[in-house]
Design a protein around this ligand. Sequence first.
Ligand SMILES: [Zn+2]
Length: 85
Amino acid sequence: MAERSAAALHWLVAPLVLWGLTRLFPPTGTRRKASTAIRTAYRLWHEHTRKCTDGCKNVHKALDGCEGGRELWAAYRRAYAGGPR
Ligand SMILES: [Zn+2]
């Protein structure tokens, strides 16, 4: 089934993208402190992509998803870059 393999590909790509992001961001002192917020933000986005019927399901990049998905992804990026505020 084409749709099934597309979804499977999405689950393969998402961790790879995340791994790439961890390589791009330099380690900082806030990184460990922020890790819980990062995980939470990522989980919210991940859960959204599972439930979303508005384009997030089969996207290869979070930024190709719906507005809600992009907002959750932006929150994840903020958590990663700046930690909890
Ligand atoms: Zn979405």
